[in-house]
Structure formats: C-alpha cells, structure tokens
Write a protein that binds this ligand. Structure first.
Ligand SMILES: [Zn+2]
Length: 103
C-alpha cells in the first residue's frame, strides 16, 4: 500500500521547492517517485513541430522522490504523518496520525 497516491495534496519537505504544496499527478518507480503539480519544474527545450510553430523553452514537472513529500491532511490542512489501519473487510486504509481522520 502506497503512502502517497495520485490526486493527493502534498507538501515538499526537502530540496529546492521545500514548503510548496501541489497535487500528485502521477506515481512512478513502484511508488518511489511522484510527479507533483508545480513542483520540481525543469526547463525543457521543445522542438518546433507542424502543429506547434512556437517551440522554444517550456517548464515541466520532473519526478521527485516520495521521501521528500508529506501528505497534506484535508482536516488539519497541514503536512502530516500517515498511519495505516485494516478495515473489517480486510482493506487497508490511510489515516492522519494527527487528527485520526481517514485520508
Ligand atoms: Zn489531520
């Protein structure tokens, strides 16, 4: 079970973008890296194509290590530690260790 999932709001706790919040767009490398909206932007040179005559330089997100991210709890509105619990039907569920609300 992954600590961070696609669609979560996360905050970076390390690196150049420390303290920034964003939404997880995708998870890679079996949950080791994530692509987060507006975080870890890199400049890429875009080639001019038939449909895009402009080309030039664009900023895109680069994957960031999951260990540099913390999930922001919707109830606390704070980056929090995540706990896991097993529900009656055997499913695992994530919860905020601070307010105990499900995430
Ligand atoms: Zn919470």
């Amino acid at each position: 079970m992954l600590r961070i999932k696609k669609g979560d709001t996360v905050q970076t706790i390390k690196g150049r973008d420390r303290g920034k919040k964003g939404k997880v767009i995708a998870i890679f490398s079996q949950g080791k890296r994530a692509l987060v909206e507006g975080i870890n932007l890199v400049r890429k040179h875009k080639r001019r194509t038939q449909t895009d005559q402009k080309g030039g330089i664009v900023s895109i997100e680069a994957p960031i290590a999951i260990s540099n991210l913390m999930v922001v709890c919707k109830s606390c509105n704070h980056p929090v530690r995540i706990g896991f619990k097993i529900l009656k039907d055997g499913e695992k569920s994530r919860f905020c260790k601070s307010c105990k609300e499900a995430i």
